[in-house]
Design a binder for this molecule. Structure first.
Ligand SMILES: O=C(O)CCC(=O)C(=O)O
Ligand SMILES: [Fe+2]
Length: 311
C-alpha cells in the first residue's frame, strides 16, 4: 500500500509527500491532537535568513516610529499611530508589501506546508504583521480564536483560518509567551469572557521557532514582565472564500508576481477574479496563476463544452 498516491486524494498527495520530506509528521499530529505545534529553528530556516528578517523588522520599527529599536531595550510608540496599541505593544502591518524578505518568508517550505495542510490547499495570506512587545501590564490572557464566528460565537469544525508566529526572540513565561488552551480547537466556538484562563499553557520556544496553530484554537498572551523586546512575524492565513485582513489581491505589483512562483500569486489572490467592476470578471487571472487542480477542472469543463457543441 503506497500512501501519498491514491487517486481519490490527488489534490492532497503533494502536501502529504512534502510533510514527509520535511519531517513534519509529528507537527501535523500535534496540530490535529492539540491545535498547535512548535517547529524547532533548524526545521524552519537558516540563521542568515532569520537574522535578515529580524533586522528588517527592527528597521521597520524605526521607520514607522522614528525611534531606534534594540532587542535589549523596551520599545516606544514614537510617532506611530496604527491601532490597536496597548500598554507595551503595537503591531506592524502589511509587511508583505514592505520588503522582499517577507515574500521569501510566506513561501518558506515549513510554513507553507503546515498552512497548506490546515487549509487544505485553499489558503491566502490574510495579514503579515509583527507583534512588537515590551514590558506592560495585562489583566487577562485575552483568550480568543482567530476564526470569525457565526452570530452565536460558533466556529466550523475544520480550520477556516490558520496562524503561525515566527519567533524572533525567545518565548518564555516571563517574556510574555503566547498562551494556548490545548485541545480547544475541537470545541468549535469562541471562549466566553474569562473562560479557559486556568487551562492555558505558555508556549515556550527559542527564537527561530515557528509556532503554528489551528484557526479554532483558543490563545492569548502572558504578561511580559522582563525588559527588552518580544518580536515575531505573525503569518495569518485564511481560506480564499473569506475576506483577508490586508489587501493584496489588487495591490500586489507585477514585479512581485514575476519574481515569484505561482504559489505566491495564489497566496495573494492574483488568480482570483472576484471583486470585479463594470468590466466584469477577468478569467485570465485564474488561467495564468490557478492551481494545477483548478486548471485541470477548467480544461475538463472546456472539453465537455466542446464535445457538447460538436454533438
Ligand atoms: O500576543 C500574542 O502573541 C498573541 C497574538 C495573537 O492573538 C495572534 O497572533 O493571533
Ligand atoms: Fe489571535
Amino acid at each position: 500500500m503506497r500512501f501519498g498516491e491514491f487517486k481519490s486524494t490527488e489534490a492532497f498527495n503533494g502536501t502529504f509527500k512534502r510533510i514527509r520530506e520535511l519531517g513534519l509528521e509529528k507537527h501535523v499530529f500535534e496540530l490535529d491532537s492539540y491545535g498547535f505545534t512548535v517547529v524547532p529553528p533548524e526545521q524552519v530556516a537558516d540563521r542568515a535568513f532569520f537574522e535578515r528578517l529580524r533586522e528588517t523588522v527592527l528597521r521597520i520599527c524605526r521607520e514607522r516610529t522614528g525611534v531606534e529599536f534594540r532587542l535589549d531595550r523596551n520599545g516606544e510608540f514614537g510617532h506611530y499611530k496604527a491601532q490597536p496599541q496597548t500598554e507595551g505593544q503595537f503591531l506592524l502591518f502589511y509587511l508583505l508589501m514592505a520588503d522582499r524578505v517577507f515574500e521569501e518568508w510566506v513561501l518558506n517550505p515549513t510554513l507553507y506546508t503546515l498552512i497548506d495542510y490546515l487549509l487544505r490547499g485553499q489558503q491566502q495570506v490574510s495579514s503579515l504583521t509583527s507583534f512588537v512587545k515590551w514590558k506592560g501590564k495585562r489583566e487577562t490572557l485575552g483568550l480568543h480564536s482567530d476564526c470569525p464566528p457565526d452570530r452565536d460565537g460558533r466556529l466550523p469544525a475544520c480550520s477556516d483560518v490558520a496562524n503561525a508566529a515566527y519567533c524572533l526572540t525567545d518565548y518564555t513565561l516571563d517574556n510574555g509567551a503566547i498562551a494556548m488552551v490545548p485541545g480547544s480547537h475541537t470545541w468549535c466556538r469562541q471562549p466566553r469572557r474569562g473562560e479557559g484562563e486556568k487551562s492555558a499553557v505558555p508556549v515556550e520556544a527559542e527564537s527561530g521557532s515557528l509556532i503554528v496553530w489551528h484557526g479554532n484554537t483558543w490563545h492569548g498572551a502572558f504578561e511580559k514582565k522582563t525588559d527588552g523586546l518580544r518580536l515575531n512575524v505573525t503569518s495569518y492565513h485564511c481560506h480564499r472564500r473569506l475576506k483577508n485582513q490586508e489587501n493584496y489581491q489588487w495591490r500586489v505589483t507585477r514585479e512581485m508576481l514575476d519574481r515569484n512562483p505561482p504559489e505566491f500569486a495564489r497566496l495573494v489572490g492574483a488568480d482570483d477574479q472576484m471583486g470585479w467592476d463594470e468590466n466584469g470578471p477577468d478569467y485570465s487571472r485564474m488561467a495564468k496563476y490557478g492551481s494545477p487542480e483548478v486548471k485541470k477542472r477548467m480544461a475538463g469543463a472546456r472539453r465537455a463544452a466542446e464535445e457538447a457543441d460538436a454533438a
